[in-house]
Design a protein around this ligand. Sequence first.
Ligand SMILES: N[C@@H](CCC(=O)N[C@@H](CS)C(=O)NCC(=O)O)C(=O)O
Length: 219
Amino acid sequence: MANEVKLLDFWPSMFGMRVRIALAEKGVAYEYVEEDLRNKSPLLLQMNPIHKKIPVLVHNGKPISESSIIVQYIDETWKDRAPLLPSDPYERAQARFWVDFIDKKLYDETRKTWGSKGEEQEAGKRGMIAILKQLEEVLGEKAFFGGECLGFLDIGLIGFSSWFYSYETIGKFSIEAECPKIMAWVKRCLQKESVSKSLPDPMKVYPFVLEIMKALGLD
Ligand SMILES: N[C@@H](CCC(=O)N[C@@H](CS)C(=O)NCC(=O)O)C(=O)O
Protein backbone atom coordinates (compact mmCIF):
# COMPACT_ATOMS: atom_id res chain seq x y z
CA MET A 1 0.00 0.00 0.00
CA ALA A 2 1.28 3.44 -0.87
CA ASN A 3 1.93 5.63 2.09
CA GLU A 4 0.84 9.14 1.30
CA VAL A 5 1.17 11.15 4.49
CA LYS A 6 0.22 14.79 4.86
CA LEU A 7 0.24 16.88 8.05
CA LEU A 8 -1.95 19.96 8.39
CA ASP A 9 -0.23 22.00 11.05
CA PHE A 10 0.62 25.46 12.38
CA TRP A 11 4.24 26.07 13.39
CA PRO A 12 3.84 27.30 17.04
CA SER A 13 1.34 24.56 17.97
CA MET A 14 2.55 22.24 20.73
CA PHE A 15 -0.12 19.81 19.53
CA GLY A 16 1.26 19.84 16.01
CA MET A 17 4.78 19.40 17.43
CA ARG A 18 3.68 16.06 18.94
CA VAL A 19 2.83 14.73 15.52
CA ARG A 20 6.02 16.08 13.94
CA ILE A 21 8.13 14.35 16.61
CA ALA A 22 6.24 11.05 16.29
CA LEU A 23 6.69 11.03 12.50
CA ALA A 24 10.38 11.90 12.90
CA GLU A 25 10.89 9.13 15.48
CA LYS A 26 9.37 6.65 13.05
CA GLY A 27 11.26 8.05 10.06
CA VAL A 28 8.05 8.61 8.09
CA ALA A 29 8.35 10.98 5.13
CA TYR A 30 5.42 13.38 4.85
CA GLU A 31 4.18 16.56 3.27
CA TYR A 32 3.93 19.44 5.75
CA VAL A 33 1.04 21.84 5.08
CA GLU A 34 1.13 25.09 7.06
CA GLU A 35 -2.35 26.38 7.90
CA ASP A 36 -3.41 29.98 8.41
CA LEU A 37 -5.77 29.59 11.37
CA ARG A 38 -7.35 32.99 10.72
CA ASN A 39 -8.23 31.83 7.24
CA LYS A 40 -8.60 28.05 7.41
CA SER A 41 -8.14 26.16 4.18
CA PRO A 42 -11.00 24.23 2.58
CA LEU A 43 -8.82 21.13 3.07
CA LEU A 44 -8.67 21.64 6.86
CA LEU A 45 -12.42 22.26 7.07
CA GLN A 46 -13.02 19.14 5.01
CA MET A 47 -10.55 16.96 6.94
CA ASN A 48 -11.56 18.11 10.44
CA PRO A 49 -15.18 19.30 10.10
CA ILE A 50 -15.93 18.65 13.79
CA HIS A 51 -13.24 20.72 15.55
CA LYS A 52 -11.75 22.59 12.55
CA LYS A 53 -8.40 22.47 14.32
CA ILE A 54 -4.86 21.43 13.48
CA PRO A 55 -3.10 19.05 13.67
CA VAL A 56 -4.70 16.70 11.19
CA LEU A 57 -2.82 13.74 9.75
CA VAL A 58 -4.07 12.67 6.35
CA HIS A 59 -2.93 9.11 5.63
CA ASN A 60 -3.74 7.81 2.15
CA GLY A 61 -6.58 10.36 1.96
CA LYS A 62 -8.08 9.49 5.37
CA PRO A 63 -7.96 12.11 8.14
CA ILE A 64 -7.07 11.53 11.79
CA SER A 65 -7.56 14.37 14.29
CA GLU A 66 -6.56 15.12 17.90
CA SER A 67 -2.82 15.06 18.52
CA SER A 68 -2.71 12.30 21.14
CA ILE A 69 -4.91 10.08 18.98
CA ILE A 70 -2.72 10.83 15.95
CA VAL A 71 0.45 9.89 17.86
CA GLN A 72 -1.14 6.58 18.89
CA TYR A 73 -2.25 5.98 15.30
CA ILE A 74 1.30 6.60 14.09
CA ASP A 75 2.66 4.19 16.69
CA GLU A 76 0.20 1.47 15.66
CA THR A 77 0.65 2.02 11.93
CA TRP A 78 4.48 2.07 11.85
CA LYS A 79 4.86 -0.46 14.63
CA ASP A 80 8.04 -2.09 13.37
CA ARG A 81 10.26 0.79 14.60
CA ALA A 82 10.76 3.13 17.59
CA PRO A 83 7.82 2.08 19.81
CA LEU A 84 6.26 5.13 21.44
CA LEU A 85 3.75 3.54 23.82
CA PRO A 86 4.82 0.94 26.39
CA SER A 87 4.06 -2.69 25.54
CA ASP A 88 2.75 -3.40 29.04
CA PRO A 89 -1.00 -2.57 29.25
CA TYR A 90 -0.70 -0.98 32.70
CA GLU A 91 2.27 1.18 31.69
CA ARG A 92 0.39 2.11 28.52
CA ALA A 93 -2.65 3.16 30.53
CA GLN A 94 -0.41 5.27 32.79
CA ALA A 95 1.23 7.05 29.84
CA ARG A 96 -2.23 7.78 28.39
CA PHE A 97 -3.45 9.03 31.77
CA TRP A 98 -0.65 11.60 32.05
CA VAL A 99 -1.04 12.84 28.48
CA ASP A 100 -4.75 13.24 29.17
CA PHE A 101 -3.84 15.14 32.36
CA ILE A 102 -1.59 17.48 30.34
CA ASP A 103 -4.40 18.08 27.84
CA LYS A 104 -7.02 18.75 30.51
CA LYS A 105 -4.92 20.77 32.96
CA LEU A 106 -1.61 22.12 31.68
CA TYR A 107 -2.67 24.00 28.56
CA ASP A 108 -5.21 26.17 30.42
CA GLU A 109 -2.73 27.10 33.17
CA THR A 110 0.02 27.97 30.68
CA ARG A 111 -2.37 30.17 28.74
CA LYS A 112 -3.15 32.19 31.87
CA THR A 113 0.56 33.02 32.32
CA TRP A 114 0.45 35.22 29.20
CA GLY A 115 -3.25 35.55 28.38
CA SER A 116 -4.41 37.18 31.60
CA LYS A 117 -3.36 39.70 34.21
CA GLY A 118 -3.39 40.12 37.99
CA GLU A 119 -4.67 37.29 40.18
CA GLU A 120 -5.64 35.08 37.23
CA GLN A 121 -2.13 35.30 35.84
CA GLU A 122 -0.65 34.52 39.28
CA ALA A 123 -2.97 31.52 39.61
CA GLY A 124 -1.86 30.32 36.17
CA LYS A 125 1.81 30.52 37.22
CA ARG A 126 1.13 28.59 40.44
CA GLY A 127 -1.00 26.05 38.59
CA MET A 128 1.56 25.48 35.89
CA ILE A 129 4.41 24.99 38.37
CA ALA A 130 2.29 22.60 40.47
CA ILE A 131 1.60 20.47 37.38
CA LEU A 132 5.26 20.44 36.32
CA LYS A 133 6.29 19.44 39.86
CA GLN A 134 3.76 16.62 39.71
CA LEU A 135 5.28 15.51 36.41
CA GLU A 136 8.77 15.65 37.94
CA GLU A 137 7.58 13.00 40.38
CA VAL A 138 6.32 10.86 37.51
CA LEU A 139 9.71 11.24 35.78
CA GLY A 140 11.57 10.20 38.93
CA GLU A 141 15.16 9.26 38.16
CA LYS A 142 14.43 8.14 34.59
CA ALA A 143 16.10 9.85 31.62
CA PHE A 144 12.77 10.10 29.81
CA PHE A 145 9.17 9.49 30.84
CA GLY A 146 9.39 6.54 28.44
CA GLY A 147 12.45 5.20 30.33
CA GLU A 148 15.65 5.02 28.30
CA CYS A 149 13.89 6.21 25.14
CA LEU A 150 11.55 9.02 24.26
CA GLY A 151 7.94 7.85 24.63
CA PHE A 152 4.31 8.93 24.36
CA LEU A 153 4.37 11.11 27.50
CA ASP A 154 7.64 12.79 26.50
CA ILE A 155 6.09 13.61 23.14
CA GLY A 156 2.94 14.86 24.86
CA LEU A 157 4.83 17.35 27.02
CA ILE A 158 7.98 18.53 25.23
CA GLY A 159 6.26 20.94 22.81
CA PHE A 160 5.31 23.18 25.72
CA SER A 161 9.02 23.82 26.34
CA SER A 162 9.27 25.94 23.19
CA TRP A 163 6.83 28.30 24.92
CA PHE A 164 8.65 28.30 28.31
CA TYR A 165 10.67 31.44 27.45
CA SER A 166 7.41 33.29 26.64
CA TYR A 167 5.64 32.11 29.82
CA GLU A 168 8.63 33.10 31.96
CA THR A 169 9.33 36.45 30.32
CA ILE A 170 5.72 37.60 30.25
CA GLY A 171 4.80 36.07 33.63
CA LYS A 172 8.12 37.09 35.25
CA PHE A 173 8.99 33.77 36.86
CA SER A 174 11.56 31.03 36.42
CA ILE A 175 10.62 27.46 35.58
CA GLU A 176 14.21 26.32 36.04
CA ALA A 177 14.29 27.63 39.63
CA GLU A 178 11.10 25.74 40.51
CA CYS A 179 11.40 22.62 38.36
CA PRO A 180 15.08 21.86 37.67
CA LYS A 181 14.40 18.21 36.83
CA ILE A 182 11.94 19.16 34.12
CA MET A 183 14.47 21.58 32.64
CA ALA A 184 17.17 18.87 32.66
CA TRP A 185 14.69 16.57 30.91
CA VAL A 186 13.97 19.29 28.29
CA LYS A 187 17.69 19.54 27.55
CA ARG A 188 17.92 15.74 27.15
CA CYS A 189 14.96 15.72 24.77
CA LEU A 190 16.45 18.54 22.69
CA GLN A 191 19.55 16.43 22.11
CA LYS A 192 17.35 14.19 19.98
CA GLU A 193 17.08 15.31 16.38
CA SER A 194 13.45 14.16 16.21
CA VAL A 195 12.69 16.79 18.87
CA SER A 196 15.10 19.62 18.02
CA LYS A 197 14.01 19.62 14.36
CA SER A 198 10.31 19.53 15.28
CA LEU A 199 10.26 22.38 17.81
CA PRO A 200 10.38 26.05 16.84
CA ASP A 201 12.94 28.46 18.25
CA PRO A 202 11.54 29.90 21.55
CA MET A 203 12.77 33.31 20.36
CA LYS A 204 10.42 33.02 17.39
CA VAL A 205 7.52 31.92 19.60
CA TYR A 206 7.94 34.96 21.88
CA PRO A 207 7.13 37.71 19.30
CA PHE A 208 4.26 35.52 18.10
CA VAL A 209 2.81 35.44 21.65
CA LEU A 210 3.31 39.23 21.98
CA GLU A 211 1.38 39.67 18.76
CA ILE A 212 -1.59 37.65 20.07
CA MET A 213 -1.48 39.60 23.34
CA LYS A 214 -1.63 42.82 21.37
CA ALA A 215 -4.60 41.55 19.37
CA LEU A 216 -6.33 40.65 22.66
CA GLY A 217 -5.60 44.08 24.13
CA LEU A 218 -3.29 42.60 26.78
CA ASP A 219 -0.16 44.65 26.01
N1 LIG B 1 -7.02 18.79 21.46
C1 LIG B 1 -6.47 19.21 20.20
C2 LIG B 1 -6.06 20.66 20.31
C3 LIG B 1 -5.64 21.24 18.98
C4 LIG B 1 -5.66 22.75 18.99
O1 LIG B 1 -6.00 23.41 19.99
N2 LIG B 1 -5.28 23.34 17.86
C5 LIG B 1 -5.31 24.78 17.73
C6 LIG B 1 -3.92 25.32 17.40
S1 LIG B 1 -2.80 25.03 18.72
C7 LIG B 1 -6.23 25.17 16.57
O2 LIG B 1 -6.25 24.55 15.54
N3 LIG B 1 -6.99 26.24 16.76
C8 LIG B 1 -7.86 26.76 15.77
C9 LIG B 1 -9.20 27.14 16.33
O3 LIG B 1 -9.42 26.95 17.54
O4 LIG B 1 -10.00 27.66 15.58
C10 LIG B 1 -5.28 18.32 19.83
O5 LIG B 1 -4.66 17.76 20.74
O6 LIG B 1 -5.00 18.15 18.64
